[in-house]
Structures are given as C-alpha cells and as structure tokens.
Design a protein around this ligand. Structure first.
Ligand SMILES: Nc1ncnc2c1ncn2[C@@H]1O[C@H](COP(=O)(O)OP(=O)(O)OP(=O)(O)O)[C@@H](O)[C@H]1O
Length: 603
C-alpha cells in the first residue's frame, strides 16, 4: 500500500546511463561559477603555487644545458679547477627541485581544500532540494537512484574538480615554459619533436578512447551487480524460506562472470599502452639520436642543448599526458554537474502560494469537496470524493485495497495537490496556507513506522522537538511502549537501529504512536497504525488512543474492521469515491458495501 511514507512504486524518472556519451561541460562551468568560486581564496593560493611549480619545472632543461656545457668545458686532457659558477648552477638545480616540491605540496593542499568545501556545498544543495522539494519526486525515483547521485556523481565532480584545479594551470604553464626554453636551446630539434610527438602518441590516444568506452560499460554493469547484491541480501529471509539459494547463486555468478569479462577487456587494452609507448618512444629516440649525432658533427648544435631538451621533455611529458586525459574527466564531471542541476533547479510544484499565511492552531474540521486526483503516472486515485469530518470526530476510512484511502492522507498533508475539487481544514483551502503550518496541525502514524537510526528517546521527541523528558515518557506510556522500552539495553537511550531494525514491527509502531501523541496535534492520521500489534497490545493501544483522540479529529485507515467499530463514522471507499458513510450500527443495518466487507472478513 503506497502511503505517505511508503515505498515508491514508479520506476526511475532520472536515469544516468554511464554508456551515454558525456555531455558538454557547460554545466561544469556553471557549477564552477556558482559553487567553486565561493571558495576562490583556496584556488588562488593553489594557482600561485602551480605557477611557482611550473616556473621551477620549466627552468630545469635550461639549467641542465648550462651544467652540461660547464661539464664539457671541464672535460679534456688538462686538469682544471671547477669554476664557482658551475657550483652555483648545480646548487640552483637543487633549489629549483625543493621549490617545485614545496609548491606542489601547497598546490595540492589548497586546491583539495577548496574542492572538498565546494563538494560539501553541492551535496547540501542536492539534499536540501530533495528534502524541501515535492514528495512526488522522491516517491517517483527508486531510492538507489538518489544514493548513486550522492556517491557516483559527487565522486565524478570531485575528480573533475581536483584534476582541473591541480593539472590545468600547472600543466599549461609548464608546457608553455618548457616549450619556450626548448626553442631557446635548439629551435630546430624542438620543431622536429613537435611533429614526432603527436604521431608517436596517436595510437595511445586511440586506445585511451577505447578504454574509456569500455570502462563506461563496465561501470554500468557494476551498478547492475550492486543492485543484484543489495536485492539478494535484503531478501535473505525469503531466499532461505523458499530455498532460493541456488537460484540466487546462479544469478550472482552470471553477474560476476560478466563483470570479469568486461574488466578483462579494459585491462587488455590498458596493458597495450606501455608496450606501444615503449616501441614508439624507442623509435622516436633512435631518430632523434641519429639526427643529433649528425647535427653535432656538423657543428649545428651542442651536447648541452641535447641534454637540456631531453631534460625538458622529461618534465613536460607527464604534464602533457595529464592534460590529454583532462578532457574526459571534465566531460564526466560535466555530466555529473548536469545531474546535480536536474535536482537543484527543479522548482517544487507543491510550494506555498505567494503571500500564504500560517493556518494557526485549527479546531479540526476536515473537508473533501468533490476531490479528484491522479498520480503523476496517470493513475486516478480519487474520482470525486466528498466528506466532512467535524472537530473531535473519529472517522474510519475503509474499503478494498487501492480504493484511495492513503491518498486521502497524502492530499490532506498536501504532499500532492488535487486535480479537481477542494481539500480544506477549518474551511480554509489547504493550498492557501503554508505547508509547514498545515502539517504542524497533524500527527501521522503510517504503516511503516519510519524510525531513524537514533535513540528511542530521540525518535519519540521528533514528534515535537524540544519535548521534555516527562512528556516523552508520558507519550510512551500512552502508546503502551514504556514497559518494553525499559527492557531494552539502555532503555530510552537504546539505539533504534537503521529504519528501527533493532525493534519488532509492533514495537516500532508503538514508538511511532508515541511520536504522534507527543505532537498533540488537533488532527490525528492513523494509517494501519496498529496493524503490526498482537491482539492484546492492540487492545491496549486502542484504549490509549481512544483517550488521546478525544477532542481531536482522527482519521483512521484500517483493514481489520474490528478495530474501527467504535469510530463515530465509517466512510466506505470504493474506486476513489465514498459509497457509504455512517456509524457501524447504521451501516450494518443498511446491508450494503460495509456489511459485505464485514461479512467477508468474518467468513
Ligand atoms: N505513488 C503513486 N503513484 C502512482 N499511483 C499510486 C501511487 N500511490 C497509490 N497509487 C494508486 O492510487 C490508487 C489508490 O491508492 P491508495 O494507496 O490510496 O489506496 P488504498 O485504499 O490506501 O490501498 P491499500 O488499502 O492497499 O493501502 C491505487 O490504484 C494505487 O495503485
């Protein structure tokens, strides 16, 4: 039964297929402006360090050339003193290395801090937009979809942010600096290299693209294996009960085999990169050495220039490689940024009307006037429902599964707006008041008790933040929960566990009841609130509830009709409409829909 708090039944509306080509990086630029720029101080510090690193790196080749030329002057049959200038040059190389390393460290720390802070902002934005946004949105997406947004998308953004911040400035400045020093040292060899380098790297780049495509497929399949595992472990009880172990093992094994097949493909491609580099690099080296030997013999260049250029290339090569892969990381980050904006840009449809006022504390008249409602997928749940609940009345909504009972609660809480008719409280259309003030007048106990991974005390106090110890205990007593709470290790401080898994279904329901009781709201909504209780506990809780419900408008959804006999009125719903309305006695005498339901249950 989909309720206000129940599991969604629609499929994913937001898909993030990793096999799809990555989108442009416009979204990433926007995110940089809106979220990263606020932490600009860190990035400015990082960029200054990057510039320092690049200057030190670019000077290497030239310093090396000067040293080799100095060494050349020393070589010869005659014994000579090492000139002080050469000692200085050697010392400067050492200083450059130290400066480069320290600046590199500073750059990484500053940029990482900036990126992490921006990521926290982005996660908070996403979570805030979802939490404050339409319930329909959350109901429409499988919870796994959102979890993946907070993990995969954020990882992609973090990678992109870090790589861009750390590699872009450093890479570009280093490559430019190195290029200039190379031109100064030996422009002819530099131009030859400029032609050879891309040719030597072309096969590696092509392989890179293939690896990327395959890793996307592999990523997608990881997602499938993850959901398969999640499903298998969550359904462990049913798997055991139905003896489905072999079935599950076969499914899992198929997933594992497919995973290793795809992964092997990626590894095979990756394994080819180094040999290709080795061959092309070796051939290029042979060509350059031959050319240099010939030019030195011609007196066209010096050994110092050659060594200087080799040193410069050694510095620039890793930067070039990093820049080469930056684009794909930025593309993936762009796709993730797009998905972040899908969440944060969506304006909630169920928002407070302009100028909406708080409704204040209501007396509790609830009215549905010819209300029609269809869920976003088109399912018509209410087809002209009308009824009025007067202050203090207890009204039971009964009827077959799918009749629209939980939908009544969803509309009253204004989780959705009706497509026709009016839902009002105290004669005021719920669309005209602020949602928060409306909901503060209601206490909901849903079928799934929705406990959080906190102490029992905290879970009860969530009904009214700031409730006192005595109030918490009184509410627990009223919900017939106090005694069992005292038996828990830690009593009121015992942890409820994730989704309340440390408690039984009935115990969870009683905590949820206590939470609604402590809220002391004028309107109480009970959706199968006692369905998980044994007969004895249910009777006790019913009695407590009867006392608590006095003076409050209480709407009860219950399948077990014996629990609603005492209601002031029973509304029988069928196919989105109210077909009968009256007390138990009156409806039994009428011999209609209610009577049929009762007879059905008795039989
Ligand atoms: N989130 C949703 N999206 C689409 N359709 C929905 C959704 N929730 C409920 N429905 C559909 O709306 C109709 C009314 O559902 P509702 O949950 O209100 O019935 P109900 O009377 O409470 O049923 P049950 O007694 O089984 O809980 C059903 O056809 C149901 O399939």
């Amino acid at each position: 039964m989909p309720t206000a708090c129940s599991t969604p039944r629609q499929g994913n509306t937001i898909t993030s297929d990793p096999a799809k080509p990555a989108r442009p990086t416009g979204a990433l630029m926007r995110l940089a402006r809106e979220r990263f720029a606020t932490h600009w101080r860190w990035f400015v510090a990082g960029t200054l360090c990057a510039a320092l690193t690049s200057i030190a790196a670019a000077s290497y080749g030239y310093l090396l050339k000067l040293v080799v030329e100095g060494l050349e002057a020393l070589a010869g049959p005659d014994k000579v003193e090492v000139p002080t200038s050469l000692w200085w040059l050697i010392a400067i190389i050492g200083v450059a290395a130290v400066v480069r390393s320290l600046a590199l460290y500073g750059m990484t720390i500053f940029n990482n801090t900036g990126v992490q802070r921006a990521i926290v902002d982005i996660q908070a934005d996403q979570f805030g937009a979802l939490t404050d946004g339409d319930f329909a949105r959350i109901a429409a997406e499988a919870s796994g979809g959102f979890v993946s947004r907070f993990i995969n998308d954020v990882n992609a953004l973090r990678d992109a942010g870090l790589r861009i911040a750390n590699n872009l400035t450093k890479g570009v400045l280093t490559v430019i600096g190195v290029f200039i020093t190379m031109l100064v040292m030996d422009w002819k060899l530099t131009l030859v290299l400029l032609v050879i380098y891309p040719i030597a790297f072309a096969p590696v780049l092509a392989l890179g693209n293939r690896v990327r495509k395959r890793s996307r497929q592999s990523q997608k399949q990881i997602g499938e294996v993850t959901s398969l595992l999640g499903e298998a472990f969550q359904s462990a009880r049913v798997v055991k009960a139905y003896g489905l172990e072999d079935y599950q093992k076969a499914r899992a094994e198929r997933g594992f085999v497919e995973r290793s097949r795809l992964f092997l493909k990626v590894l095979t491609d990756r394994a080819a990169v180094d040999p290709i580099l080795e061959i092309t690099g070796g051939l290029a080296l042979v060509g350059i050495l031959a050319l240099t030997a010939w030019r030195i013999a011609q007196g066209d260049t010096s050994l110092g220039n050659f060594v200087g250029i080799v040193g410069a290339i050694a510095v620039a090569a890793p930067e070039l490689r990093a820049l080469g892969t930056l684009n794909s990381v930025a593309q993936e980050g762009g796709a993730a940024a797009d998905r972040v904006f899908e969440i944060t840009d969506a304006a909630p449809e169920i928002a407070d009307a302009p100028g909406a006022q708080p409704i204040g504390w209501v007396t509790g008249t609830v009215a549905f006037d010819n209300v029609r409602f269809a869920y976003p997928d088109g399912t018509e749940a209410l087809k002209g429902l009308s009824f009025i609940a007067n202050p203090g009345e207890t009204i039971a909504l009964v009827g077959p599964s799918g009749a629209g009972k939980s939908t009544v609660f969803n509309l009253l809480l204004r989780l959705y707006d009706p497509t026709g008719g009016v839902v009002s409280v105290d004669g005021i259309n719920v669309r005209d008041v602020t949602g928060a003030s409306l909901r503060s007048n209601m206490g909901l106990v849903a079928q799934d008790a929705a406990l959080f991974d906190d102490t029992i005390r905290a879970n009860i106090a969530l009904g009214r933040l700031g409730a006192s110890e005595a109030e918490i205990e009184a509410a627990a007593r009223a919900a017939n929960a106090h005694d069992f709470i005292l038996t828990l290790p830690g009593g009121y401080d015992a942890p409820a566990g994730e989704m309340g898994r440390n408690l039984s279904g009935g115990q969870r329901q009683r905590i949820a009841l206590a939470r609604a009781i402590i809220r002391a709201a004028p309107i109480l909504l009970l959706d199968e609130a006692t369905s998980a209780l044994d007969a004895e506990s249910e009777a006790k809780v019913q009695e407590a509830l009867a006392g608590f419900a006095k003076g409050r408008t209480t709407l009860i959804i219950a399948h077990r009709l014996s629990t609603v006999r005492a209601a002031d009125r029973i509304i029988v719903m069928e196919d989105g409409r109210a077909v009968e309305d009256g007390s138990h006695g009156v409806l039994m005498d009428r011999n209609g829909a209610y009577r049929r339901l009762v007879d059905l249950q008795l039989s």
